[in-house]
Design a protein around this ligand. Sequence first.
Ligand code: 13P
Ligand code: ZN
Length: 269
Amino acid sequence: MSILDSRATLKARIDSVAEVAGYLWQKGWAERNGGNITVNVTDLVDGQMRSLPALGAPKRVGTAVPHLAGQWFYCKGTGKRMRDLARAPMDNGAIIRVLEDGLQYEIVADREVLPTSELPSHLLVHDRMAAKGTPCGATLHTHPIELVALSHSRRWLEKDAASRMLWSMIPETKAFCPRGLGVVPYMLPSSVDLAQATLDTLEEGYDVVLWEKHGVFAVDTDIMSAFDQVDVLNKSALIYLAAKGMGFEPEGMSDAQMKEMSAAFGLPK
Ligand code: 13P
Ligand code: ZN
């Protein structure tokens, strides 16, 4: 028995997480348990779900998320593999609800699978969106090879250097990731400091942030769109790498060509 049985819309949302998890594995971005996904499912919770008992004792989020009191999420389980989640999302993740204190959560279904160790980053970002009245659908952390490689160079860690270069590789990157890629300096994985820096950098006005020598963190209305943002950025990194492999530094679109794009598509930067 699964909570998804006879809940078609909830199942469809979790299935989209499983579909993206499969893409992450196919792309080579999800070695072992690498990466995590959190998706807000509060709008799909029914009365029967609300009366379900918790599986185990309440657990601490690790940071305060007052605007998420009473909200429900599907989270990848810590230590779980994306390639396993793609086949069996409810064995490799769980549905949780944040308690009224905004400090703790309970696991509700299907099994007591502990959420990702990066839960503070995920929930802090969801919390800020909720505070602004734009509850966000999905947050994604993954390890895209070429973007992580870029983050090993001081040159690309300079403010907006990677973002500008990636935008200039192909017009679509600016169109579909219009606020670009922010940078968070190296910090301990799963730490609250990393979570706070991720939130602060997104708040500066970026779609995705690059965690130095680790991965990326993206936020969007749904998990497929969050994946698309990372995919277009990494595609640009691949074009850059292909040109370098052919023995030259790619020219990139000019500033004038990028300005023209922004004007034509009404882009924010
Ligand atoms: P989890 O298995 O706890 O989700 O951690 C994976 C990861 O990528 C940590 O940064
Ligand atoms: Zn990671």
